[in-house]
Design a protein around this ligand. Structure first.
Ligand code: NAD
Length: 492
């Protein structure tokens, strides 16, 4: 048979033919100072040693501002301020405390755009996420806890809960404002005072929150915000006047803190790392599941403790899922965090990019097969990583066992529910998991069998202030959010 001479049209290339024009968020209205001091007693005061470090825009590699490095003596000032404020804060009464929380929530809403832009500038996350997820959820945490402030006797009937005292709160860089809200709101609602330390690479929205807290008229010393590296966090943990430590960060640092606190009377909650299993059963709605996989691992550059970084797909649909997943990966836009078209922004820091690259190298060395989308990435001095997928991996691979905290997914297949439960639970972590299936009964079998603090069914990465969040095993101790989170700030 004669071959058709008809010319084939060239393959469609998303990056050249389908890309939208850049749509950067306006940042003209943003006011960022050249340098930020420590927020103690509702005042910004310089650190005693006059020591500052730069906070960098990860999309450009350029400095945004200088940030105070707190020394032990500064930390002491902040803790003493929080301790002195306790009495007045408790005397003010629960109804009034609730009103302050409502006011802070409303002020966050009013300045949502400013917070969103600063979050994306300082942390590298796409503006779509800062605007639609981080900032609204931060306000929601204040609203939710405002409601509880004068209803604790209903939350804990037949008990007389009392505040624990001064809460030292140490947070990571992946959800800076949200983590601050997640920690400050329940502490204040339950009558405690706070010293919060943001991560060294993303202090700006916490410092903006300090400005807003002062504007809200909150009595001085109730919330203090100190900046600095791990040594400032360690000084907070060690301070004898601190009554509760609320830490979110790596398992490595969580272990150091837990060892320090052994035998002490300090209360603590530790929200640590994760290696979430996202499990696709053969009867799942495959297109939705593929969106769930993308959202589970590529959301916020994979800088998510509960990311679905281990994908398990039932053998009969594996080929189809991999094909659709790779097609979808090709459509993801890596680029300017302030551009509304961007799906994957900048990796948070040079050191985090090095860590991700180290794991990608290790995966290849161990024999796994790497697929990375072919999208263009911006030039310049920013930190970027294409969405990456490893196939041909087994449980023994380092990239399957260790938290990478970047847009890197591993894929394994399975035949039975029993097999996938064994594989999913075969990890030191136990923070999150996802299950995709058409059958309610299978959801219950899986959720009962999975050793993870949060299990999503037919969705992924959904958060709500009313829902307790926390991990099993090396993913942490205690819960934040909901009534369980409130209980962590109370003595019974
Ligand atoms: P990290 O542990 O390096 O730092 C977290 C915070 O602890 C920072 O503010 C840091 O300055 C401070 N710190 C460092 N050393 C300290 C010490 N010895 N004593 C007291 N404080 C110290 O973590 P990171 O790299 O900023 O964040 C990423 C990690 O956070 C990931 O492992 C991620 O899974 C985890 N995380 C967990 C949750 C959760 O809810 N479980 C949420 C977000 C992030």
């Amino acid at each position: 048979m004669a071959k058709s001479k008809k010319k084939m049209s060239p393959a469609l290339d998303f990056n050249t033919q389908w890309r939208y024009k850049p749509a950067p968020e306006n940042s003209d209205h943003i006011q960022i100072q050249k340098a930020y001091d420590l927020f103690i007693n509702n005042e910004f005061i310089p650190p005693v040693n006059a020591d500052y470090f730069p906070t960098i825009n990860p999309a450009t590699g350029k400095k945004i501002a200088d940030i105070a490095q707190a020394e032990n003596i500064d930390i002491d000032k902040a803790v003493v301020a929080a301790s002195k404020a306790l009495k007045a804060w408790q005397k003010i009464g629960a109804v009034e405390r609730g009103k302050y929380l409502f006011r802070i929530a409303r002020l966050i809403q009013e300045r949502a755009r400013e917070f969103a832009v600063i979050e994306s500038l300082d942390g590298g996350k796409p503006i779509r996420e800062s605007k639609n997820i981080d900032i609204p959820l931060a306000a929601a945490h204040f609203f939710y806890h405002a409601g509880w402030a004068d209803k604790l006797q209903y939350a804990f009937p037949n008990q007389t809960p009392k505040p624990v005292g001064v809460a030292a709160q140490i947070i990571p860089w992946n959800f800076p404002l949200l983590m601050a809200a997640w920690k400050i709101a329940p502490a204040l609602a339950t009558g405690n005072t706070v010293v919060l330390k943001p991560a060294e690479t993303t202090p700006l929205t916490a410092l903006k929150l300090a400005e807003l807290i002062r504007e809200s008229g909150l009595p001085s010393g109730v919330v203090n915000i100190v900046t600095g590296d791990g040594s400032a966090g360690a000084a907070l943990v060690d301070h004898p006047m601190v009554n509760k430590i609320a830490f979110t960060g790596s398992t490595e640092v969580g272990k150091i803190i837990q060892r320090k606190l052994a035998g002490s009377a300090k209360k603590y909650t530790l929200e640590l790392g994760g290696k979430g299993a996202n499990i696709i059963l053969e009867d799942a709605a495959i297109d939705q599941a593929v969106e769930g996989i993308i959202n589970g691992i590529y959301f916020n550059q994979g800088h998510v403790c509960c990311a679905g970084s281990r994908l398990f797909v039932q053998e009969s649909v594996a080929e189809l899922v991999v094909r659709k997943l790779k097609d979808r990966m090709e459509t993801l836009v890596v680029g300017d965090p302030l551009d509304k078209n961007t799906d994957i922004g900048a990796i948070n820091s040079a050191s985090q990019l090095r860590t991700i690259k180290k794991y990608i190298k290790k995966g290849i060395k161990d024999g796994a097969e790497l697929y990375q989308s072919k999208c263009a990435i911006p030039g310049g001095k920013g930190y970027w990583c294409r969405p990456s997928l490893f196939t041909n991996v087994s449980q023994a691979h380092t990239i399957v066992q260790e938290e990478i905290f970047g847009p890197v997914l591993t894929l394994q297949t399975f035949r039975t529910l029993e097999e996938v439960l064994n594989k999913a639970n075969n990890t030191f972590y136990g923070l999150s998991a996802g299950v995709w299936t058409d059958k309610g009964a299978k959801i219950f079998t899986m959720t009962r069998g999975l050793r993870a603090g949060v299990v999503w069914a037919n969705t992924y990465n959904k958060f709500d202030p009313a829902s307790p969040f926390g991990g099993y095993k090396e993913s942490g101790i205690g819960r934040e959010g909901g009534l369980h989170g409130l209980a962590g700030y109370l003595k019974f």
